[in-house]
Design a protein around this ligand. Structure first.
Ligand SMILES: Nc1ncnc2c1ncn2[C@@H]1O[C@H](COP(=O)(O)OP(=O)(O)O)[C@@H](O)[C@H]1O
Ligand SMILES: [Mg+2]
Length: 377
């Protein structure tokens, strides 16, 4: 950033953006073209070469640029990477909550095995997402107030979510009917599910009357209220203090056990959090997936120099370090990505092969790495 852009260049960028945005928006309006088939029916979501760009006045920000990975039904996938590498944009793409019109999915697919049929979210307009958000996929944000309305009582907000999905919930036998009492009963159940000991009292409270930790509990109860197939937790503990963080992680672990069949996509920059929770791990760097595999493989035998760097920069309990290691250099500018490996300039193993962006290599049982050294580091 900080590069000078002349007004002539800026006008050209704006013109280009306008043309691209209207083309992409027009494609979305073609309804009925979003049916898809899962590559593997054991998955709830398959990201397949996803590209999500932001058309800004300084150029096209390629926030996610060809990311592929699966979330198995009932599995917990940890998505890790430094801040700015596209983790949030990827999950917002799945929810279709991108800032429009300048944020657009420009390529790839996001296949979602919804109860009403498999869809490609990348081809689904806003109108097609109503039953999906909250009902099939729900999201927990870093900052609880992103999800809560400050002027409404907790109970009313939860009731609203349950009532919105009442037909599906009745169909699945989760609530008996769509009446006020049925809805309220589900709300109270959901508050109890996140270990809120006086749910009737919290039901009548406003968000500002609760502590940060309690608010995040309420947000989690809102996320589980409709028993979704997938919960995305985007840095769910980052805004909380350390003791509360541990409680919220315990809670998520409990949800994993009691809502069997619900997949969790846990996004964090903290490898320690992922180690405790995830079955498999996806490492993102500069809008792309650089390594993925089982949590065990990633921890025992990390294959990408970036993953190794992330692990080294994590504080180790019991080890006294004068200074925490941090990977030297910085993430390339997402407006003008290099045509060689994005990590090359920061990599101690970089060689001649790295002047070409690496393919993704299979180096073991589902263990994949985008590095020419194929784990030989
Ligand atoms: N609304 C937006 N407009 C323009 N650029 C954005 C917007 N949201 C995110 N970005 C850019 O997309 C990239 C990825 O961001 P993000 O997904 O939030 O990173 P992470 O969640 O991994 O920290 C960053 O370069 C960020 O600046
Ligand atoms: Mg983020």
């Amino acid at each position: 950033m900080g590069d000078y852009i002349s007004s002539k260049e800026r006008r050209a960028i704006i013109k280009h953006n306008r043309r691209e945005i209207s083309r992409l928006e027009a494609e979305l309006r073609e309804v009925g073209t979003n049916a898809a088939v899962m590559r593997d029916p054991a998955n709830i979501v398959e990201f397949d070469g996803l590209k999500t760009y932001f058309y800004t006045e300084t150029g096209v920000v390629k926030a996610v640029d060809g990311a592929s990975f699966d979330v198995p039904k009932g599995g917990t996938v940890g998505v890790v990477g430094e801040s700015g590498c596209g983790k949030s944009v990827m999950s917002l793409s799945l929810m279709r909550l991108l800032q429009r019109p300048h944020g657009q999915i420009t390529g790839g697919a996001i296949r979602l095995d919804a109860p009403s049929g498999t869809i490609d979210v990348a081809k689904t307009g806003n109108g097609g997402m109503g039953g999906i958000r909250g009902g099939v996929v729900s999201m927990i944000f870093q900052e609880p107030m992103t999800s809560l309305n400050p002027v409404l009582r907790i109970g009313d907000q939860l009731d609203e979510v349950v009532a919105l999905h009442a037909p599906q919930l009745i169909g699945r036998g989760i609530i008996k009917g769509g009446g006020r009492d049925d809805v309220r009963r589900r709300t109270i159940e959901s508050l109890e599910a996140v270990s809120i000991t006086s749910p009737d009292r919290v039901y009548r409270m406003y968000p500002h009357e609760l502590s940060g930790g309690m608010r995040q509990r309420v947000v989690i109860s809102m996320a589980v209220a409709c028993s979704p197939q997938l919960i995305i937790a985007d840095e769910p503990t980052t805004a909380l203090d350390v003791t509360i963080q541990a409680q919220i992680l315990d809670l998520l672990r409990g949800i994993k056990d009691s809502y069997v069949g619900t997949g969790i996509m846990l996004i964090t920059h903290d490898l320690g959090v992922v180690a405790e929770m995830a079955d498999s791990v996806v490492v993102m760097y500069a809008g792309r997936v650089v390594e993925r595999g089982t949590a065990r493989d990633i921890y025992k035998s990390p294959a990408h120099p970036y993953t190794v760097g992330l692990m080294r920069s994590k504080p180790q309990p019991g080890r006294k370090e004068r200074r925490l290691y941090s990977i030297p250099g910085r993430v390339p500018n997402p407006v003008s990505m290099p045509d060689y490996c994005y990590f090359k300039d920061r990599c101690e193993y970089a060689g001649e092969a790295c002047s070409l962006y690496p393919d993704e290599f299979a180096i073991g049982n589902g263990h994949m790495v985008s590095c020419w050294r194929k784990g030989d580091i």
